[in-house]
Design a protein around this ligand. Structure first.
Ligand code: CP3
Length: 371
């Protein structure tokens, strides 16, 4: 099976011309999405949506009717098919790998269950200090080989001009699932460990970062063009706690990833943490909808690239309102280089698919008008 290599690992092309020639770059290299990640000019603002391969699509629901979520994730053929189908169906400027943030918890020794609660459950919850020292190193080339195979298959099936985004959870968000055993409102157990046993906390974060780096690098080697790091729940932290307990580990994470593959650093409810997130790393900062994109960008500075940030519930409104909101976000971006349009969080399950396709068209149309 052919897979596209990153440009810096492309073999030199043999040529009769004595002048050394730059190796030719794959078509996705000059796509709107990749150009925006590098803050280069684009013909229209690129757009993709978190959870674009999810329950709002009838094609997804049809597959899900017969196959549990975890089985879909573990079947590279189906995972690749969902990745490609979703991007094509809505006309997005990038595909995102169909997988889940919690898959890595299994080879860490946890069971994950998706159909039993209001959100995914992780068992047994990581609570006692002693269990931390027994977490196994993840040999992701074995235990998560199915993810890398899905990447290879999706990359081979996608139009060569469409970039494929891989992703991983950030260590704090992953730790919170392991420790709470599922979703949480207060993150009480996670914070209690952090505050009462800093040594154990930092050791756990080191362990998670080490293994997340291997996993993310595995996706890059298998053929993704960019990665998004989801620190979905970091917004629950006081800025001082983020700086002390999370930021150094995020720095380690980003430092462990190869140069030249754009990274998107995303969190929700994290308006007060944006500068610290930027300080921690990431080529693009992913904004949720609780901040104004223009103000956030002013704070981040002109050298930042920014992704976001339409409230996903706007997609339940009529198309005049959706268009108004698209215009408003594009005018906040004010033609700055490095804007990737996205929702401020994932597409909600009951969202009408025709509103999603209309949104993508509007972003392209309206951003061309503004240019
Ligand atoms: O389309 C895409 O964005 C790619 C696939 C993707 C999924 N999960 C598929 C999925 C991605 C990027 C994720 C990331 C993820 N998973 C995050 C970070 C994003 C965020 O929302 O902040 C988190 C926190 C998780 C853990 C997780 N998995 C949650 C909170 C849920 C939601 C519960 C629910 O039922 O909606 C899941 C399940 C999940 N992950 C689904 C999908 C398509 C729904 C599964 C189903 O069909 O029931």
């Amino acid at each position: 099976m052919t897979s596209y290599k990153q440009p810096d690992t492309m073999p030199e092309l043999r040529t009769t011309n004595p002048e050394p020639r730059a190796p030719s770059l794959p078509p996705w290299h000059d796509s709107r999405f990749m150009r925006a990640c590098r803050r280069q000019p684009v013909d229209a603002t690129p757009v993709w949506l978190m959870r674009q391969a999810g329950r709002y699509l009838k094609e997804y629901r049809a597959l899900r009717a017969s196959t549990p979520f975890l089985e879909l994730c573990k079947n590279p053929e189906l995972a690749a098919e969902l990745t490609v189908m979703a991007a094509k169906r809505i006309g997005a400027d990038a595909a995102i790998l169909f997988a889940d943030l919690l898959l890595i918890a299994e080879p860490m020794g946890f069971r994950i269950e998706y159909d039993k609660g209001p959100g995914p459950l992780v068992r047994p919850a990581l609570r006692s200090g002693t269990s931390l020292t027994h977490l196994p190193e993840v040999e992701s080339q074995d235990s998560l080989a199915y993810v890398f195979e899905a990447v290879r298959r999706a990359r081979a099936a996608l139009d060569a001009s469409l970039p494929l985004i891989g992703f991983a959870g950030a260590p704090f968000t992953l730790a919170s699932y392991l420790i709470e055993g599922g979703p949480s409102k207060t993150f009480r157990h996670t914070k209690t460990l952090m505050f009462s046993d800093a040594g154990e906390w930092h050791a756990l974060m080191d362990y998670l970062v080490r293994n997340l780096v291997k996993y993310t690098r595995g996706q890059i080697e298998a053929g993704v063009q960019a990665v998004q790091i989801f620190d979905s729940w970091a917004g629950c932290l006081a800025p001082a706690h983020y700086r002390e307990f999370v930021l150094p580990h995020m720095r380690q994470f980003f430092a462990g990833l190869p140069q030249g593959v754009p990274t998107i650093h995303f969190a929700t409810g994290a308006g007060a943490l944006l500068k610290d997130m930027q300080d921690a790393g990431g080529d693009v900062i992913g904004l949720d909808f609780r901040v104004s994109l223009g103000e956030a960008w002013n704070r981040l500075g002109p050298q930042a690239a920014v992704q976001g940030n339409l409230d996903p519930t706007v997609l339940f409104a009529g198309s005049p309102y959706i268009r108004k909101q698209v215009r408003s976000i594009l005018s906040e971006a004010a033609g700055r280089r490095g804007h990737i349009f996205n929702l401020g969080h994932g597409v909600l399950p009951e969202t009408p698919v025709e509103h999603v396709t209309a949104l993508i068209e509007m972003v392209h149309e309206e951003s061309q008008v503004l240019r």
